[in-house]
Design a protein around this ligand. Structure first.
Ligand code: ZN
Length: 334
């Protein structure tokens, strides 16, 4: 196992499913909160205790609370830059960072402020050899009209944004609610992703593919509840971004050992592993190692997952080739 952990650490990776707001550490929550006069917790220990969650509902509550400390471009830049630095040290070469405009704009934080901070962190990261793209996610519990208005505002920042997605509360908010939003986004040349089949039913995965025409499914852990759908995704080689630690901790998969990701790979889905919210569930490498420790990954599966993280990214062909060559050299040498 230690050999496998060393192998995992040595490989270059792409992180395709990570939320900016999920990168706010308890330390940042307290420090940025104090700086901005948004004192949510008296101490880092109290914030850390509040981060102990075991359901999506509780997680979304603390996620929304933590987001409230972000007010200025500096705050967004600080949280993103800290994550980028940690990711680069963790072997990550390319990040597609999700952020939720609706975690901020309803509080009076301008989209421009959010994007200014993110763009600054993106520039700093590229100086350190890490390529960064952004995915604007819309919250499933909010209405499509608001999302459409925000999408129109995001057009001004089109060069920074590679894709849109949907996330947050799944139950009672099916993907079909956002069909027009995704149509418009595709017309703008944006790629599309969607959280689906995490807490909500497997049918959401089908809607995300058929109605939203997504390039990737985020989570998708409930796909095997409909065997025909799983077969279809396997045959199509659908890209699925899996976040094992979040899925196990929030109880949407029974345990790490029983995680469906190896079955996804065996059936032809192009699955890859990600951190989701590293301040809560650990960095990307920790996710690989946790699954490997649970006996749920072999060396060749690790390599396939890492390769999928690049081939299902939105990187241009020339960069993709470069990363795959590096991966091949590292895997053969390691
Ligand atoms: Zn997520």
């Amino acid at each position: 196992m230690s050999d496998l952990a060393t192998f995992i650490r040595s490989l270059p990776k792409a992180e395709l499913h990570v939320h900016l707001e999920g990168c706010i550490t308890p330390e940042q929550l307290v420090a940025i909160g104090r700086r901005n006069g948004v004192d949510l917790f008296e101490s880092v220990a109290a914030a850390r205790a509040a981060y102990e969650v075991s359901s999506l509902e509780d997680f979304l509550k603390i996620f929304a609370k933590a987001s409230k400390v972000l007010l200025h471009a500096d705050d967004f830049a600080e949280v993103a830059s800290t994550y980028f630095d940690n990711a680069a040290a963790d072997g990550v070469r390319h990040v597609e960072l999700m952020f939720d405009p609706q975690a901020h704009t309803p509080r009076g934080v301008a989209l421009e402020t959010v994007l200014e901070g993110l763009a600054r962190a993106q520039r700093d990261a590229s100086g350190n050899g890490l390529s960064v793209m952004f995915i604007a996610n819309f919250m499933r519990e909010r209405d499509e009209e608001e999302a459409l208005e925000l999408l129109a505002s995001l057009a001004a920042y089109r060069s920074h944004i590679v894709a849109i997605g949907i996330d947050s509360a799944e139950s009672g908010h099916p993907p079909r609610k956002f069909t027009r939003l995704f149509q418009k986004a595709r017309a703008m040349g944006l790629k599309c992703v969607a959280h689906a089949g995490f807490e909500g039913p497997a049918k959401d995965i089908e809607e995300a593919i058929d109605l939203l025409k997504v390039d990737r499914v985020d989570h998708g852990n409930r796909v095997y509840e409909v065997p025909e759908l799983a077969r279809r995704l396997g045959d199509a080689g659908t890209a699925v971004t899996v976040c094992p630690c979040a899925e196990a901790q929030l109880g949407v998969v029974a345990s790490l050992a029983e995680h469906p990701v190896r079955r996804m790979l065996a059936d032809g889905m192009r699955a890859s592993l990600h951190s989701d919210d590293p301040a809560w569930f650990g960095a990307i490498t920790e996710n690989y190692i946790a699954l490997a420790r649970a006996g749920a990954l072999t060396r060749s599966e690790v390599l396939q997952l890492v390769r999928n993280s690049f081939t299902t990214s939105f990187l241009p062909a020339s960069s993709l080739r470069h990363h795959l060559e590096e991966l091949k050299a590292q895997a053969e040498g390691g």
